[in-house]
Ligand binder design. Sequence first.
Ligand SMILES: [Zn+2]
Length: 413
Amino acid sequence: MLDPGRTVAELRELQELTGDENGAQRVAWTDTWQRAREWLGGKLDGTRAEEKVDAAGNQWFTLPGDSERALLIGGHIDSVPNGGWLDGALNVMAGVEVLRRIAEERTPSVTVRLVNWADEEGARFGRSLFGSSAAAGSMADQDELRKRKDAEGVSLPDAIARFDVDLDTALEARSELENAAAYLELHIEQGPVLEALDLPLGVVLGTYGVERHQVTFRGQAAHAGSTPMDKRRDALAGAARLELEIREIAKRIGGGAVCTIGGVVTKPGIVTSVVETAECLLDQRHLDAVQLAEMLSNAEAASRRFAEDENIEVEWEWIWNIEPILFDERLIELADESIREVAGSSHRLPSGPLHDAAEVARAGVPTVMLFVQSLRGLSHTKLEDTKEEHLELAVQALDRLADKTLAMLGGEA
Ligand SMILES: [Zn+2]
């Protein structure tokens, strides 16, 4: 029988085992992470689940069913340094509970697999979604990853070699998704939307597409005392106007659009000089690819307009982008039903952060995520929290969703 209270107790046990007064310390490719993985394996002793670790370090627990087609439930037990007790771990531990419940019953119609993805956070080497991108086959930056080092100077290849993972063979993890028929992931929202609506749970429609650019305005450094206001070519004026304009762009486009200038570096950066260069880091996100492109071109046009007004120059440099990834319509329906059954009402929302689920969806596996409310919207800090009653509802909703998905996949066989 499903015991959601047990999930909460086990999450506390994990925090006790792998956290300290500053929060969770389960950074991937460390001894503490390994301790968490071994502890996780112990939690599934007594079920018929078979454990294996794939070529990218992902830990799999497989409960064989009548068919080789597989329902996957996933999460990540790694955390950021001084992280919260729920990010990633909730997904894994709720999955453990669902697997136990299914294992107690007759052999499922399709195989059920729990996956603990390796290094979702990228906290040590700055590369998120390591294990899931290898399994999805979208990892293509091996040569760049070879050069990465952590703060202590340990290289990524050396750190992962301790766990028998090699960049040259990591992509062999792709074979794990061959029979995948559906992928489910529960996660804390890490934002304030569900709390503001006073709802415990929501269905995630997909993950935002992201456009990241550096926008550099160039003017002329000049003495702050001797240069009249109307003779200045002030690069910071362009940056300041763009910062305010992106709010208007996001408002105009709507549909959950978000735009951020996360940093501005000015040079020479002294109190006695007009700013010569202002480098802005711009991040734009939307669930709709067309709207995202529109946001980007609006920001570009606005920056050129401001540059002309201020008699300065502007230059754009691409940093990184990813297209929006939409989750599966049928699974979204089932997730909605599951949430309504356990919590009365549901809500559909996009995900701002990327998750392993995005990689799995990108690989063509029908995917959906559930979000459970985060208190104060906080995450990646020891202050991260969710009401216990909501955690228990989340385990129940994931269990219902797993059941409905199994019925759907069984019916197709
Ligand atoms: Zn996470």
